[in-house]
Design a protein around this ligand. Structure first.
Ligand SMILES: *Cc1c(COP(=O)(O)O)cnc(C)c1O
Length: 363
């Protein structure tokens, strides 16, 4: 059986060097080392250092490890919000961020955009109470990516409100300076190309202060994964719990490989491959980009709508016969859309091969 090439958005194709690093990790018995050892501290230090370099994360931001993107939604809300959060909702993931707040008895102010679009900062009017704005940079369910200028505008319009940005299906492709936001997060099974089970949470001092204020008022900020609890350990390159040591080790290795290539080249390649895919989709008589406004078209999650009565099942089968796997549409769009991941592990040649296959499919 030949290997599939996964263009799925998550879990995704592993980064092309991951297999070699997994083998080395097993040979070196990384999963069995103590998380209270110097060996582990060095693993944490390396992963955090390489991430800082790749994403140009300022020294004043802390890098913390959680278990998933979903967990991070909850931790941000528990630590950084007392009563009210504001949510920009334009698809299923941004909606779940808001629903997480509601489940924690937080009042939400929700601004909605149609699927495939993004909320314009001019349309956001906050009450005085909103403590945090939650924005999903890349809405994985629809393939809409918030233009970077909007993040600058939000920051300028609401300098005192914490700005939390979900970059789960974009990272490492982040086109805004980290300083523009107070906290951001992702998990590793998407653009980083590693096995699932590790979330990365980046926070600044404002987030820490907010959590401490909540704590001083006697309010709950959760237990082992609170910002102060995580930080107390992170300053020693440790974690409160037994963490995903293997995942953190692999992250450090893969990020080192990505740094060797450099963020500038990764971004250029991502832009090129996205252009190839959108062009193919526009040229097919049975597909069109779901996100019609080019300004909102995601570079990392390309979503195409099936037209002309094309069968999604046949298309998936056709691609599968060529050992290529793409994601179905999300939720209600399951049979109406396909979603294609454009991550750093996908080479130009692989993306061109997928584009050619899409062009050759007969409805
Ligand atoms: C996948 C995803 C999540 C959830 O991340 P998990 O690591 O699967 O919990 C959150 N937000 C976005 C935008 C996602 O694509």
């Amino acid at each position: 059986m030949s290997k599939n090439l996964y263009f799925t958005v998550g879990p995704a194709e592993l980064y092309f060097t991951a297999e070699e690093h997994i083998k080395t990790a097993l040979k070196e018995q990384i999963p069995s080392i103590s998380h209270r050892s110097i060996a582990f501290q060095n693993i944490y230090r390396k992963a955090a250092g390489n991430l800082r370099e790749l994403l140009s994360i300022p020294e004043s931001y802390h890098i913390l490890f959680l278990s998933s993107g979903t967990e991070t939604w909850e931790r941000i809300l528990q630590n950084c919000v007392e009563e009210t959060s504001c949510h920009l909702v334009n698809g299923s993931f941004s909606k779940r961020f808001a629903q997480t707040a509601e489940a924690l008895n937080i009042k939400t102010e929700v601004f909605k955009a149609k699927h495939g679009e993004c909320i314009s900062p001019e349309d956001i009017i906050l009450s005085n109470n909103a403590e945090l704005i939650a924005l999903t940079y890349n809405e994985t369910s629809t393939g809409a990516m918030q233009p970077v200028k909007d993040i600058f505008e939000l920051r300028k319009a609401f300098p005192d409100t914490l700005l939390a940005v979900d970059v789960v299906s974009a990272a490492p492709y982040i086109d805004f300076p980290i300083e523009q936001v107070d906290t951001l997060f992702f998990s590793v099974q998407k653009g980083i190309g590693l096995p699932a089970g590790l979330g990365i949470w980046i926070v600044n001092e404002k987030c820490l202060r907010k959590a401490e204020q909540k704590q001083e008022k006697g309010l709950s900020i959760g237990t082992y994964h609170s910002i102060p609890g995580l930080l107390e350990n992170a300053v020693k390159y440790m974690t409160p719990e037994t963490p995903n040591v293997l995942g953190i080790y692999l992250l450090g290795q893969v990020l080192e490989d990505m740094n060797r290539k450099g963020m500038k080249q990764i971004k250029q390649e991502t832009n090129y491959k996205a252009a190839v895919l959108y062009q193919a989709i526009e040229s097919c008589n049975y597909l069109k980009p779901f996100v019609s406004n080019k300004e909102f078209q995601s570079k990392t999650t390309i979503v195409a709508e099936l037209t002309n009565g094309a069968s999604s099942e046949k298309l998936h089968q056709y691609l599968k016969a060529k050992n290529m796997v793409v994601s179905t549409g999300y939720g209600d769009y399951k049979n109406q859309h396909i979603r294609i991941a454009n991550f750093p592990t996908h080479s130009k040649e692989q993306v061109e091969m997928l584009a050619d296959a899409l062009l050759a499919f007969e409805v």
